[in-house]
Design a protein around this ligand. Structure first.
Ligand code: RP5
Length: 177
C-alpha cells in the first residue's frame, strides 16, 4: 500500500516535545507515509519553547492542518497546551521515557480538564496515534476510508495466518465456525 510520494500541503502535524522522542514516534510517520498522508514534524516543547507552541497552534488551521499528533514524555503538557489553543482534533502520544516510563505522560494527557479534549493513545503507541489520525481524515475521504478497510482486512488475514502456525504445533484447536 506504500505511497511513493506524499502530495500537497501537510494535513497532519506531528509535534515532538524533544528530538529525543523521534525514535518512538517514527512508526507514526511510517504509517502516515504508508497511507499517503502529507505530514509535517515540529520539535516544540510546552515547557521549553511555549511561545513556539502558541505560534504553531495559532497557524495550524490556516496552513491546512486537520489533525495534530503531539508526542511527549515526563510531565507531558504539549498536547493539552495545543488543544487549549486550537479547535482541531489533538491526539496525545505519551512517550515511554524517564523514571516512570511514560505513566506520567499518559496520565497528564488522559486527565485533561473538561472542555479541552485530548484523544490519548497508549504509551509509545505511535502506530495507533497515526491510525486514529487517518481514521479522522477518512471520515471525509472515501478513498482513504477504503484503504483503512483494506488495512483492517489484511490485519485480520495476518492474524489468522499466524493462528494457523500455532495450529500446526498440534495443539487441540477450536474449529472456526
Ligand atoms: C519531554 O521531556 C520530551 O517530550 C521528552 O520525552 C522528555 C525528555 O526530553 P529531553 O530532556 O530528552 O530533551 O518534554
Amino acid at each position: 500500500m506504500a505511497e511513493d510520494a506524499m502530495k500537497g500541503p501537510a494535513e497532519v502535524g506531528v509535534l515532538l516535545g524533544s528530538a529525543s522522542d523521534l525514535d518512538r514516534v517514527s512508526p507514526a510517520l511510517e504509517t502516515l507515509q504508508e497511507f499517503g498522508i502529507p505530514y509535517e514534524v515540529a520539535v516544540i516543547s510546552a515547557h521549553r519553547t511555549p511561545e513556539l507552541v502558541s505560534r504553531y497552534a495559532s497557524s495550524a488551521r490556516g496552513r491546512g492542518i486537520k489533525v495534530i499528533i503531539a508526542a511527549a514524555g515526563l510531565s507531558a503538557a504539549l498536547p493539552g497546551a495545543v488543544a487549549a489553543l486550537v479547535d482541531l482534533p489533538v491526539i496525545g502520544l505519551p512517550v515511554g521515557a524517564g523514571a516512570l516510563k511514560g505513566v506520567d505522560a499518559l496520565l497528564s494527557m488522559a486527565q485533561m480538564p473538561p472542555g479541552v479534549p485530548v484523544a490519548t493513545v497508549g504509551i509509545d503507541a505511535a502506530k495507533n496515534a497515526s491510525l486514529l489520525a487517518v481514521r479522522i481524515l477518512g471520515v471525509y475521504d472515501q478513498s482513504l476510508s477504503e484503504k483503512l478497510t483494506r488495512y483492517r482486512e489484511s490485519q485480520a488475514e495476518e492474524t489468522l495466518r499466524k493462528g494457523d502456525l500455532v495450529g500446526a504445533k498440534g495443539l487441540p484447536q477450536w474449529q472456526r465456525v
